[in-house]
Design a binder for this molecule. Structure first.
Ligand SMILES: Nc1nc2c(c(=O)[nH]1)N[C@H]1C(S)=C(S)[C@@H](COP(=O)(O)O)O[C@H]1N2
Ligand SMILES: [Mo]
Length: 538
């Protein structure tokens, strides 16, 4: 069999393996799909610098890039396995077994994994082996089934040298396969490959249907949001300056940044969801979604921010959240005096460590079920997530939260802590220039400079702007309903003259602290420095 055909056999056998494992993953647990499990493990095992580089370079496309990379590697391996199998089927099977072993190891080391999580890999490898042997045999079918070519006959039948071979023309199956590919059956291979692709496609599609995304979407859309017991106060009229190009006061859900370690978003049915609160408490609690929704719900406007947000970066957004007060639920459970940390766990096993004193100090720390007037989008934690004003997301904002263990920082560690991030993550006062955009070409004359600034739970008191390292000038601040949200700001009388210009911003919070000019990296506890943009005026 020529190498290209063997490689195709490998690719299709690989597709069958993945299709069948997707089907079985749909039956057992969608997140057990081997490609995702291996991708998840790769994310967890890769060093922090690599993860930071990936987030910096690919931004929110990092997951797509990772999965594409895994797919390319898998395709290359499958093609190689096909070539091995064409030499000796046992080599091909051994190759599949090695991939399967990697998949099983990855599946078993995921948080909360059980033996059932290995079924998709095992089924996929078995299906891949069957497909590989059948396709390889099919491709060689005419070689074994059709009459032997004359030159392959027994010595006594071999014609004398130079003699004609009259029966050659009577053997169409040999002609069909071509002179140099005597035992290779193109048509057998083609029908086999098509059959394999069909099996892979049907199994994969069934797996997709079974993995439950559709049901969860339906449950989400059908959810009636209760009226809040404590509605948010009216948003002051001047909170949104409505300047084109400036971040709106409320970030629409579809534009809200997304950061998490989930390669596929956990699909959690609110009918099955529970939240278990245990650990250093007097009375462990288990809440159903119905229990949560029945509680008096609070509305709060809170600006969420990621510790990985570079100065001037996009990982910050403001929303109106609706949820139950986390402190009330914890008080019912009876938190012990010596506890100082909440270790929350998501449906997919991610963990987050939140300082208990911050949650209990009276701020609007929520178990949120809605965002900007609709049920939480699945990407943002449906059916329930934490929101704590003033803490970076990695230490506070657990999405798809299913468990809260009351514990101590000296006893437990959350996901990011051993990976080089600070155990506690209060948000640093920051400001960003939205207008003009960095690198913009502007006309001379009066030009609007505008942006947002945040110092959650402290409040932004002042924003200053300077051009070409000249005098700092006070920007005009928009209103903000509470200290927990960002504030828009604007300086609308900059007289832009031709040339290149550097615009910088810095905020001062209500504690009197002014942003430092010192530039630090996002790790371990958030970037510092002044956002700086360069523009050209001509
Ligand atoms: N389950 C889960 N929740 C999570 C994370 C995660 O990886 N998994 N990432 C956190 C981080 S780092 C941030 S910044 C916020 C982002 O929330 P968003 O995606 O809704 O903007 O979610 C937090 N909650
Ligand atoms: Mo984050």
């Amino acid at each position: 069999m020529p190498a290209w055909a063997a490689a195709l056999v490998g690719l299709v056998a690989g597709a069958v393996a993945l299709g069948v494992s997707w089907l079985v993953a749909g039956l057992v647990k969608a997140s057990a799909f081997p490609v995702l499990v291996v991708g998840d493990s790769a994310v967890d095992l890769s060093p922090s610098w690599l993860k930071e580089w990936a987030i910096r370079t690919f931004g929110e496309a990092d997951k797509i890039v990772l999965l594409s990379g895994v797919s390319v590697v898998l395709a290359a391996l499958a093609a190689g396995i096909g070539i091995l199998a064409s030499r000796d089927l046992r080599y091909g099977h051994a190759g599949l077994a090695v991939l399967g072993a990697i998949g099983v190891a990855a599946a078993l080391t995921r948080p909360g994994a059980g033996l059932a999580d290995t079924l998709p890999v095992l089924a996929g490898v078995a299906a891949g082996m069957v497909a590989l042997s059948r396709l390889t045999r099919r491709a060689l079918a005419s070689g074994s089934d059709s009459p032997r070519p004359p030159t392959g006959g027994a010595p006594e039948r071999r014609p004398a040298a130079g003699a004609e071979e009259p029966d050659h023309v009577l053997r169409p199956s040999v002609m069909r396969a071509g002179e140099d590919l005597r035992s290779f059956d193109r048509r057998g291979l083609l029908t086999g490959l098509l059959g394999g692709v069909a099996v892979a496609g049907v199994a994969g599609a069934a797996g997709r249907l079974l993995s439950g995304g559709a049901e969860v979407d339906a449950a989400r859309v059908g959810l009636a949001l209760p009226t809040p017991a404590a509605p948010a106060g009216p948003v002051p009229a001047g909170s949104d300056l409505k300047i084109k190009g400036l971040s709106p006061f409320f970030t629409p859900n579809r534009d809200f940044y997304r950061v998490d370690t989930a390669l596929i978003v956990p699909q959690v049915d609110p009918g099955d969801w529970t939240l278990r609160i245990h650990g250093m408490v007097d009375r462990p609690i288990e809440l159903t979604f119905a229990d949560l929704v029945k509680r008096p719900l609070v509305e709060a406007d809170v600006t969420l921010c990621c510790v990985s947000n570079e100065v001037g970066g996009p990982y910050v957004g403001n929303a109106r959240w609706l949820g139950a007060r986390l402190s009330d639920v914890l008080r019912e459970a009876g938190v012990r005096k010596d506890a100082d940390m909440l270790l929350s766990v998501s449906a997919d096993g991610w963990t987050c460590g939140t300082p208990l004193d911050v949650v209990m100090d009276g701020r609007d720390s929520l178990l949120a079920i809605a965002m900007n007037g609709e049920a939480l989008p699945v990407d943002h934690g449906f059916p329930a997530r934490q929101v704590v004003p003033g803490l970076y997301g990695y230490v506070s904002a657990t999405k798809w939260v299913t468990e809260i263990k009351v514990t101590r920082f000296d006893r437990d560690q959350a996901y990011w802590t051993p990976r080089g991030w600070a155990a506690k993550g209060p948000i640093k006062t920051q400001s960003r220039i939205d207008l003009p955009k960095s690198g913009a070409s502007l006309r001379p004359g009066r030009t609007v400079i505008a942006g947002v600034a945040w110092a959650q739970h402290k409040g932004v008191d002042a924003v200053e702007v300077r051009v070409d390292r000249g005098e700092w000038r006070q920007a005009r601040l928009a209103e903000a309903p509470t200290a927990d949200t960002w504030r828009q700001w604007v300086l609308d009388d900059w007289d832009a003259v031709p040339g290149t210009h550097t615009i910088q911003v810095r905020a001062t919070d209500a504690t009197g602290y002014t942003q430092t000019s010192e530039v630090t990296a996002v790790a371990p506890d958030g970037a510092t420095g002044w956002h700086t943009v360069e523009v050209t005026v001509a």
